[in-house]
Design a protein. Structure first.
Length: 71
């Protein structure tokens, strides 16, 4: 996961998830910087899916850009 974070940063967080909405304000504040990895490791359902690695690039989420880059 550190490689994913380096590539896409906090775009890895699924802010639409019920897990995100259930987090305290204090935990949401951890969604940046060095605490982000710990937050995601402790709450893996916060990771936006799918995460696809293609040709050294990390793509997050299923959208038109992702489809175009892998298709």
């Amino acid at each position: 996961m550190p490689g994913w974070l380096k590539a896409v940063g906090d775009n890895l967080i699924n802010r639409s998830s019920t897990t995100w909405r259930a987090l305290s304000d204090e935990d949401r504040a951890k969604a940046s910087g060095k605490s982000l990895e710990g937050l995601l490791m402790g709450n893996p359902t916060l990771i936006k899916r799918p995460v696809i690695e293609v040709d050294g690039n990390v793509l997050v989420g299923w959208n038109a850009e992702t489809k175009a880059r892998i298709g």
